[in-house]
Design a protein around this ligand. Structure first.
Ligand SMILES: Nc1ncnc2c1ncn2[C@@H]1O[C@H](COP(=O)(O)OP(=O)(O)O)[C@@H](O)[C@H]1O
Ligand SMILES: [Mg+2]
Length: 224
């Protein structure tokens, strides 16, 4: 169980806080969805949850334990927006084992199976994969570390309708085993698989019922 309590983020250079008194709870094997326009603070929140940035005040707990940034780096796996732009392995195998040369072929195979890429050659170049396959590989790169919390920044951005549908189906499957927190400016079909949902507006998080939102929002939120 993940808890955020009165989390604030206000870099001194900023006139106003980027995240304002954020409270959030997410249970294991749930998919939490945060919807907010561009600039609302979504990526910043994921940076804090993954231990890449430190909150100005407030606390983060996993079960009953309060966590500091170093522990969050272990606990969480962050898939960046457009993760394929950050690939730097020459092959799928290299990409999966970057920073973890000790990981054996069993773990490599397991991670690829979880994202439905087990049929690919381990020696294929990541850049030679289709857009949808690259997104799956980026997920496998995090899953191979077996994080307790999987964080996804705009996972469906730039995907066409059919690749998007496949990715949503994959996330629905992954939440049977993992805890996922997804941020997006365009909730669309992600709402249908969300257990918890929040809107983020200028750094303020508000809980909403995904079912209510699904019937109300058929149009994507404006991105500005
Ligand atoms: N390190 C930083 N210093 C100053 N401003 C920042 C910093 N990081 C993000 N911001 C600002 O915080 C706001 C939220 O950014 P971001 O988290 O990237 O939003 P989103 O991911 O929802 O588009 C934006 O106005 C952005 O310009
Ligand atoms: Mg962002």
């Amino acid at each position: 169980m993940l808890y955020l309590r009165n989390l604030n983020y206000h870099p001194t250079a900023c006139p106003t806080a980027i995240l304002k008194s954020i409270n959030l709870e997410l249970a294991p094997q749930q998919l939490g969805l945060i919807i907010g326009a561009s600039g609302s603070g979504k990526s910043t929140l994921l940076e804090i949850l993954s231990g890449l940035a430190e909150p100005t005040s407030g606390a983060l707990f996993w079960r009953k334990q309060e966590l500091i940034a170093e522990q969050l780096q272990q606990l969480a796996g962050l898939v960046f927006q457009f993760p394929e732009r950050h690939f730097c392995g020459g092959s799928i195998l290299e990409e999966l084992r970057l920073g973890h040369p000790e990981l054996g072929s069993e773990r490599v195979k397991q991670a690829l199976t979880e994202v439905g890429l087990e049929h690919l050659s381990l020696f294929a170049a990541p850049h030679a994969l289709s857009g949808g396959q690259q997104r799956r590989l980026a997920l496998a790169v995090q899953l191979i570390r077996q994080p307790n919390l999987l964080l996804l920044d705009e996972p469906t951005a730039g995907l066409d309708w059919s690749m998007r549908r496949q990715l949503v189906n994959l996330l629905a499957k992954l939440k049977q085993d993992w805890t996922l927190l997804v941020v997006t400016h365009d909730a669309g079909d992600l709402l249908a698989i969300a257990d918890r949902c929040w809107t983020l507006n200028h750094g303020e998080l508000e809980s909403v019922d995904p079912k209510t939102l699904e019937s109300k929002v058929k149009e994507p939120l404006p991105s500005v």
